[in-house]
Design a binder for this molecule. Structure first.
Ligand code: CP
Length: 309
């Protein structure tokens, strides 16, 4: 077992071996998911709770499917219908969930640092399913699995992440993991959405052409309006799309064999046009979603194996 931490909160402290541990295990679970009987037993008798304080389609559903495929009892807790609405604190809420003999809490929360805080204050395993603009480690691992499958290797690759980088927890988790693996990361977006990102040691591009040229993987990000209290820092959506949106016309700058990814949800016609998002020559967006189940099975299996070990 090459991952022995209680929780999965961040990719910033993952070693190369730990990343490959999750990817290799996910490949095994992907084979299971493509077989007739999509069932394993490693979480039999265990209980997982998806505690989501923010909306989700992909992450919540795939964690639920992942837990059930491994034999767990998987419960969905929705904050909007819970006693959090009556003033209960986050920690009291989690402690009550854990008091029901929950083994793994999968937490999505709008506050950066929420998952680390909860993990430090409970004996249950905690998986960070997205905390504010901070991190989304399972997304980074499924992104890496998708790239590995498409490119055959994670060596000598350049990835461009384009869009609202500053507010993106996906970008942070991707960057940490990719830097650990030696992947070159380029960033492009409106200057206000790149604030402070130089500190991550990525190349900051000045144009879409610079971002796309000599790039193996393009990751497009949506504008995270829910994390912007003030006015949106660009004049209009049309102007944003002109400068920072990915279109078929702009693909003339891209390298042969480039793949396009997006964590979802996609905003068609804003950060990406349908003529590229749906082009089978480029798109790996639904491959990411498929890989999300296998990666999350690998995460849940690993954490429970640690507890038993
Ligand atoms: N990629 C992602 O986190 O999507 P959801 O918000 O739908 O979970």
């Amino acid at each position: 077992m090459s991952y022995t931490k209680k929780d999965l909160i961040t990719t910033s402290n993952l070693t190369k071996d730990e990343i490959y541990h999750f990817l290799n295990l996910a490949k095994e679970f992907k084979a299971l998911n493509n077989s007739d009987v999509k069932k394993a037993k490693s979480l039999y008798g265990k209980t997982t709770v998806n505690a989501f304080f923010e909306n989700s389609t992909r992450t919540r559903t795939s964690f639920e499917i992942a837990a059930k495929r491994l034999g767990a009892d998987a419960i969905n807790f929705s904050a909007s219908q819970s006693s959090a609405k009556k003033g209960e604190t986050l920690l009291d809420t989690i402690n009550n969930i854990v008091a029901m003999k929950t083994d793994i809490v999968v937490l999505r929360h709008y506050s950066s640092g929420a998952a680390k805080f909860v993990a430090a204050n409970t004996d249950a395993h905690v998986v960070n399913a997205g905390d504010g603009l901070n991190e989304h480690p399972s997304q980074a691992l499924l992104d890496l699995l998708t790239i590995l499958e498409a490119k055959g290797s994670l060596e000598n690759l350049t990835v461009a992440i384009i869009g609202d980088i500053f507010h993106s927890r996906v970008a942070r988790s991707d960057i940490y993991a990719m830097k650990t693996l030696g992947i070159q990361v380029k960033l492009f977006g409106p200057p206000m959405m790149l604030t402070g990102m130089e500190a991550f040691g990525c190349k900051i591009c000045k144009s879409m052409q610079e971002a796309l040229e000599d790039t193996d993987v393009i990751i497009m990000l949506r504008i995270q309006l829910e994390r912007q209290d003030d006015e949106v820092p660009f004049p209009s959506v049309r102007e944003y799309s002109n400068f920072f949106g990915l279109t078929k016309a702009k693909m003339k700058f891209a390298k042969e064999g480039v793949i396009i990814m997006h964590p979802g949800p996609i905003n068609r016609g804003v950060e990406i046009n349908s003529d590229v998002a749906d082009d089978p020559r480029y798109t790996h967006i639904l491959n990411q979603v498929e890989n999300g189940v296998a990666v999350r099975m690998a995460i849940l299996h690993t954490l429970i194996s640690n507890k038993q070990g």
